[in-house]
Write a protein that binds this ligand. Structure first.
Ligand code: CA
Length: 229
């Protein structure tokens, strides 16, 4: 369950927000002054913050700034003054969203859900396991962009790596040089399909024991290349 901290000095508003968010299945805590809000925000783990701008003690600007120094947690700033919202946008404090009071509870809930799912996607991809391709002694870590051949790491240029990974990711599929060029080099690239031949040669020098008898990338005469299954 996602945990949300609301820092809002108008108790009635804080309670209303809390009620609606709890009804939507969130775990919600409220703080009614800036100092205790800031302390909680920094010391405890939350999935999202809703910060009122004008607060006794430490204001929402400062809380937002201090959270951002330490955490990437989504922050929604709320204020009764449209001008203040424009001002904080301009300051670039790193808030993710802004709401002008009064707003409808359903709008708040919608924004909270949107930011939580966006953040989940971001952090989800960050901790996702590296994608590894392993074929007969060749190991490609496509996330870290590293390649090993029989346990020994080899260095590849960006395009060599992209080309190798593309072919290895589409085993047994024959690609023409034109197709590979379109796939790996964008249209703006200077060069022509001979570039593909040069890169295949360089890749083979790194991964093949005998480049005249390639075990990985096979030349299909008159057609193109295929990564052997
Ligand atoms: Ca206030």
């Amino acid at each position: 369950m996602s945990r949300i901290l609301i820092v809002e000095d108008e108790v009635a508003i804080a309670e209303l927000e809390k009620d609606y968010l709890e009804l939507s299945g969130f775990e919600v805590e409220t703080e009614n002054d800036g100092e205790s809000g800031l302390k909680k925000a920094l010391e405890e783990e939350y999935d999202l913050f809703i910060l009122d701008l004008m607060l006794p003690g430490v204001d929402g600007f400062e809380i937002c700034k201090q959270i951002r120094d330490k955490k990437n947690t989504p922050i929604i700033m709320v204020s009764a003054k449209k001008d203040d919202i424009d001002k904080i946008r301009g300051l670039g404090l790193g808030a993710d969203d802004y709401l002008t009071k009064p707003f409808s509870p359903s709008e708040l809930v919608a924004r909270v859900k949107a930011h939580l799912s966006r953040y989940d996607r971001l952090t989800g991809s960050a901790i996702e396991a590296n994608k590894i391709i392993e074929i007969r002694g060749l190991k490609i870590d496509t996330t870290a962009r590293r390649v090993w051949i029989n346990g020994e790491e080899k260095t590849f240029t960006t395009k060599e790596f992209d080309l190798l990974t593309f072919l290895a990711g589409h085993q047994n599929h024959v690609y023409s040089k034109e197709e590979l060029f379109r796939e790996i080099w964008d249209m703006e690239s200077i060069g022509d399909i001979a570039t593909v031949t040069v890169h295949i040669k360089k890749i083979r020098e790194k991964i093949e024991v005998d480049t005249s008898n390639p075990q990985y990338i096979e030349t299909i005469w008159g057609v193109g290349y295929r990564f052997k299954v």
